[in-house]
Design a protein. Structure first.
Length: 97
């Protein structure tokens, strides 16, 4: 997030995961992209875009879990069963990392 010529990353820029509360995992690529943007105004901030996409996915999963106990139990059971399949396991790792 930018305010004028200032960049906000980490908690100040609301870059914590809603699902895991993780901050450092997001702060490292954000700091790298901000540094590259300061050095080169034409830099395409792909890492920031990636972090925002992961953050969006985490928010989606959290909203599912917050809908109620029955939904959470169904989602949890389904999720554990799907982890038996390599494709889903790899996709899940990509979702939360």
């Amino acid at each position: 997030m930018t305010i004028g010529n200032k960049f906000l990353i980490g908690d100040a820029g609301s870059f914590a995961s809603a699902l895991t509360g993780e901050r450092i995992y997001f702060a490292m690529p954000l700091g790298e992209d901000v540094a590259k943007t300061i050095i080169n105004k034409d830099h395409n901030p792909l890492l920031i875009k990636r972090v925002l996409e992961i953050k969006r996915k985490h928010g989606f999963v959290l909203n599912i879990l917050k809908t109620g106990k029955i939904t959470t139990n169904i989602f949890h059971s389904l999720f554990l069963n799907l982890l038996n399949f390599n494709f889903f396991k790899n996709t899940t790792i990509e979702l939360v990392c």
